[in-house]
Write a protein that binds this ligand. Sequence first.
Ligand SMILES: Cc1ncc(COP(=O)(O)O)c(C=O)c1O
Length: 424
Amino acid sequence: MASSEELHKRRTAAVARGVGSTIGSYVEHASGGTLTDVDGREWIDFAAGIAVTSVGNSAPKVVEAVRRQVELFTHTCFMVAPYEVYVEVCEQLNALTPGTFEKRSALFNSGAEAVENAVKIARKATGRQAVVVFDHAYHGRTNLTMALTAKNMPYKDGFGPFAGEIYRAPMSYPFRDGLSGPDAARRAIDVIEKQVGAGNVAALLIEPVQGEGGFVVPAPGFLPALSAWAKDNGVVFIADEIQSGFCRTGDWFASTHEGIEPDLVTTAKGIAGGLPLAGVTGRAELMDAVHVGGLGGTYGGNPVACAAGLAAIETMRELDLAAAAKRIEAIMVPALSDLAGRHPEIGEVRGRGAMIAVEIVKPGTIEPDAARAAAVSAACHTAGLLTLTCGTYGNILRFLPPLVMPEDTLRQGLDILAKAFATA
Ligand SMILES: Cc1ncc(COP(=O)(O)O)c(C=O)c1O
């Protein structure tokens, strides 16, 4: 087998530079919490492929379901010749997403595609055009979703012009703004009403816990206030649960923690154990406002991905991975808070469930320190712990272990992290 060094040389000659990688090692195989690279080195996985392999890599039920489906048929295109597993995934999504109202779902390939389609649906259903998004938001890399995403570098720089009728409102970011949820919501609503006009707004799109933007958990009351405002003004409230959904935050969906019932929910990532699958789920009257043929795509809801999705959902239920996420939180938060006591550059420990982060600042201030976050992350990589950074300022270390990670592996990872803080 080629070494990572050899593969890197081939990659440099063959793969476009714009596609980056966090580490320079190439993966040979992976399980429920570790990756083994082609050089035989084992990594503890605090990334889960960016919140995807919640049920682990090669989860037994997913492997079996994929094998069975591949033997039956790999593709017919649901828009041409439909099949049961697509319908079954939609039934599961309708049952699992918050709200007991009648729902419909449609399936796609990626998170960005799901977000694009949620916007299409909201515009068609309301006859309005404006879409409100928030500071620090991340919704993808396609043309519309680049416009919805906040951060310029590396996601948007030089890629314009971007789609129109997108407006940005201030997010609740308690560590930085110190505002209560209701006050932060009033600030956002004021911007929307004064700068956009409630009657022009088709949709308000928000991550209940922000992902790439820095694992920002809005202050309590922020999401309910926005949701109530949307309802009062005929605005479609879309929760982007692509990173926070499917047990990641200790419940099936993060919206549940604040008791909100979004009109539409976008899902992807953790839904299918690593196979590409995404969905939009929501109120039947909104979803069905779109004319026949208005939604779809060649591969959307591919049968192999759907079979994997059903198996992943079954695994989440059987192993109660929402409870597992809470157990991970109960181990990580005290350990990280302890670390924060020894390292004043940790300005805040935050997150929900197994979506936890530390924000790195210059001690005694809230000035972001991206260089320190990068140095600690690099030290983790040297020691065999796969960590990710994120945030508008690049100063957040985020942790997304697979929900099936054994406790001793999790604790080993935390030990490596503590040493990285001490030595980097
Ligand atoms: C909240 C959120 N929305 C949308 C996306 C885009 O998903 P994808 O990369 O599958 O297009 C992501 C990906 O990180 C995400 O975290």
